[in-house]
Each structure stands twice: as structure tokens, then as C-alpha cells.
Ligand binder design. Structure first.
Ligand SMILES: [Zn+2]
Length: 208
């Protein structure tokens, strides 16, 4: 397994996160946060849409931390919204990479649809970056998305789970696949000292 300090995020994913953050926070908000997280080189200068290493995972974690600090109590909701926008960007711009283009899920039971999209996320991440260790956990009726190389909390410490952006992305993916908004709970987090970040898919909280 790659050491946390050597972990990187590829350009395409950095680009996706920055576009999503700008959609949600506006360019003013994004620029402020890029400055406080030492990423001012990306102000009005998105990385290319390729799979070369873009930034260190620890820098990406700092970016997440800066958003949380910038919005105070609203930070968590903001990060979840950026996570949602990030999945929408993926569907819009990278459906083929995500393996979602032309997916025919309508006839499958809901659990199979959710499993499909979670596996698609895992596969896409692994395809973009061989360092990634992620998998889908299935225990009876319960599904969870697990990543042992989560970049959001890379090198961070917290008493409670902090990967809110990931919660947003996974929730949006589940909504895309199943048509329903489900509760997504981060039950384990590397920042707490757990061996991975684990996101459990819970009950439907909003039918659409
Ligand atoms: Zn995490």
C-alpha cells in the first residue's frame, strides 16, 4: 500500500473537484479557499483533463479542510453539495470513464442498481490511479463503499468522520442509480484512526 504522504490525485479528478467547488461556492469562494490551502496556482487555471498526477492527496485534504473552515458550521453541508456536483460533473463529462454511459438499470432490483454504481465508482477511481484501494462491501442487505486510500482526510486527524464531500458524491451516485435519495453515513474514517473510510448506504430519505 502506498504511504499516505506519497499519495496523489490525478489531474482529471482535481479538475472535477474544482469545477464542482466553483459551481457551489462561486469563483470568489473558490479563490479564497485555494489561497488558504496553498493551491493558488489553480486560480483561473484548471488542470488539464488527463490522468497525470495533479496534486498530493494531502493537498486535496487541506483544500477540504479549508472549505470547512471557510464556512464554519455550514462547511459540512457545503462539502456534501460539492460532492454531489462532482458526481454530476462525472456523469456529464466522464460517463464513459465512470462506466455509466448507456447503463440499462431499469429492470434491476434497487440493491443491484446501487451495487452497480458503487462498483463503477470503485473501478473508475482505480482506472485513474493505480494507488487507489477501494471496494464495495456487501453484508446481507447492507451495502457500503470503502476506501483505504481516501484523499479527503489524508494526513488529517479528527474525533469524528470528516469526508463529507465523499458522502455527497456517494449519495448522488445512489440517487442516480436508484431514483431515490438514501441516507449515507460515514461509519469509519482514516482521520479517526480507522483502517479505511467506510460509507454505509442506509434507508431511503426522499423518494423521487
Ligand atoms: Zn476519508
Amino acid at each position: 500500500m502506498v504511504k499516505p504522504e506519497e499519495a496523489v490525485i490525478v489531474n482529471a479528478l482535481v479538475r472535477q473537484a474544482l469545477v464542482a467547488a466553483e459551481e457551489v461556492m462561486g469563483s470568489h469562494g473558490l479563490h479564497a479557499v485555494l489561497r488558504t490551502s496553498g493551491l493558488e496556482r489553480f486560480i483561473d487555471n484548471l488542470p488539464p483533463d488527463d490522468l497525470n498526477p495533479g496534486i498530493k492527496a494531502s493537498e486535496y485534504a487541506k483544500f477540504n479542510e479549508a472549505i470547512e473552515a471557510f464556512y464554519g458550521r455550514g462547511g459540512r453541508g457545503m462539502l456534501q453539495r460539492i460532492g454531489k456536483a462532482s458526481f454530476q460533473y462525472g456523469v456529464r463529462e466522464q460517463a464513459a470513464l465512470l462506466g455509466l454511459a448507456g447503463a440499462a438499470l431499469k429492470l434491476l432490483p434497487e440493491k443491484q442498481r446501487i451495487k452497480f454504481v458503487l462498483n463503477s465508482l470503485v473501478n473508475a477511481l482505480k482506472k485513474t490511479n493505480p494507488q487507489v484501494e477501494a471496494w464495495v462491501e456487501e453484508d446481507g442487505d447492507r451495502l457500503a463503499y470503502v476506501e483505504a486510500t481516501c484523499a479527503i482526510c489524508n494526513s488529517r486527524h479528527s474525533e469524528t468522520p470528516i469526508c463529507h464531500l465523499y458522502v455527497g458524491t456517494i449519495g448522488e451516485a445512489v440517487l442516480w442509480a436508484s431514483g431515490n435519495r438514501h441516507r449515507v453515513t460515514e461509519t469509519h474514517c482514516l482521520a479517526k484512526g480507522d483502517p479505511y473510510c467506510r460509507f454505509e448506504i442506509g434507508e431511503i430519505i426522499e423518494e423521487t
